[in-house]
Design a protein around this ligand. Structure first.
Ligand SMILES: [Mn+2]
Length: 248
């Protein structure tokens, strides 16, 4: 008998080019870790820049889609919850022959063994981040979609790279390097959001990413920043256990 299905969550990989060693590590992980019947939840910012169905992004990340295609063929369920660096992705997954992967704008809930896991990117957790939330509503709305559809891929790539480098410049260090007070303030925001979200959704467990801080509290775990922390999160529905599993 095959083992009971589990959910593996990856987020904030910020994949750039397949020539990076980290990119290869992720391709190996996709090839070797998920078993048939398992779910892989890609929880946003998987790509450093990937907006809309543009061939410039799709061809750059062809090796990634080829692994996803293998997973789908092996009977692994693949979900992508969009992040702030990767959205309007459904067309790209379709054009890369991965239409069985499920793309979700805000969150997914996966039910196994009578329990429900909720996965979000995490960019909605901080209600004080008003400017971002307004921008998000714009770009995820109908007009944002139209802009992304009309803009040439090369332009989006250039804008995205600038934005990406910009946010790295503004936040050069991970929360690991922050003062305790600053890191605890961030965690309080995420913990409060997690408690509220678990209660309102009725889910048994919640996993998010986005802030690059590997923290956790009752029923909730943040993936952190896999480039630094070197781990995915695994949910075992029978015990409702969330654990960090280091990459091979
Ligand atoms: Mn993010």
């Amino acid at each position: 008998m095959s083992p009971a299905p589990k959910v593996h969550i990856l987020s904030d990989l910020h994949l750039m080019a397949p020539s990076e060693p980290f990119y290869q590590r992720i391709l190996n992980w996709l090839e070797s870790v998920p078993a048939p019947g398992d779910h892989v939840a890609l929880a946003g910012d998987i790509f450093d820049v990937f907006v809309g169905n543009k061939s410039v992004f799709a061809s750059q990340h062809a090796p990634f889609f080829s692994r996803v295609r293998e997973l789908l063929t092996r009977g692994v369920h693949v979900h992508h919850v969009e992040g702030n660096h990767d959205f309007w992705l459904a067309g790209a997954y379709r054009s890369m022959d991965c239409s069985d992967a499920k793309i979700h704008g805000d969150f997914i809930e996966i039910e196994l063994a009578g329990r429900r896991l909720r996965v979000e990117h995490g960019d909605l957790a901080d209600p004080t981040d008003r400017t971002y939330l307004v921008l998000r509503r714009f770009f995820r709305g109908r007009f944002g979609r139209l802009l992304v559809d009309l803009a040439p891929g090369a332009i989006l790539d250039a804008v995205g790279n600038t934005w990406s480098n910009g946010s790295r410049d503004r936040q050069p260090e991970l929360p690991d390097g922050w003062s305790d007070a600053r890191r605890n303030a961030l965690r309080d925001i995420y913990f409060e959001y997690a408690r509220t979200r678990l209660a309102s959704s009725g889910a048994s467990a919640l996993v998010m990413g986005h802030c690059h801080d590997a923290h956790e509290c009752e029923g909730y775990m943040n993936v952190g920043f896999p480039r630094k922390h070197g781990a995915s999160v695994r949910w075992t529905p029978e015990t409702n256990q969330l654990e960090r599993v280091r990459f091979l």
